[in-house]
Design a protein around this ligand. Structure first.
Ligand SMILES: [Zn+2]
Length: 113
């Protein structure tokens, strides 16, 4: 389950940011989950419970926001949101391999005190 590793990495960033702000407790974390990141939200929530135990983020609320995939068509010089798993440009019907958004897991915001 690679969600544990991803969650560990996201939590490490969150704990660093909280420490940098002089906070001792993380109340909520918002993560942006790319639709093509391969991350299962339920697995991520479970992983969070495991990796946050005993840290400043224990018991924090985990908010997950799904981020749609966006591709770039170099021919039309525009970004588009593919309708399917096939990244076909709606204008020229070329296939894009340039994915600009939706492949990563990112820490979006934190609530600390
Ligand atoms: Zn195109």
């Amino acid at each position: 389950m690679h969600e544990v590793g991803l969650m560990q990495a996201a939590l490490a960033i969150a704990l660093d940011q909280a420490a940098a702000q002089g906070a001792s407790k993380i109340h909520a974390l918002e993560l942006h989950v790319g639709q093509q990141s391969g991350v299962m939200p339920a697995a991520l929530a479970f992983a969070f419970g495991v990796v946050s135990a005993g840290t400043a983020a224990a018991g924090a609320e985990l908010r997950l926001t799904s981020i749609p995939v966006r591709c770039y068509c170099s021919l039309c010089q525009r970004e588009f949101q593919p309708a399917d798993w096939i990244y076909e440009c709606p204008d020229c019907h070329g296939l894009s391999t340039d994915i600009r958004q939706g492949q990563t897991l990112e820490l979006a915001s934190l609530e600390v005190s």
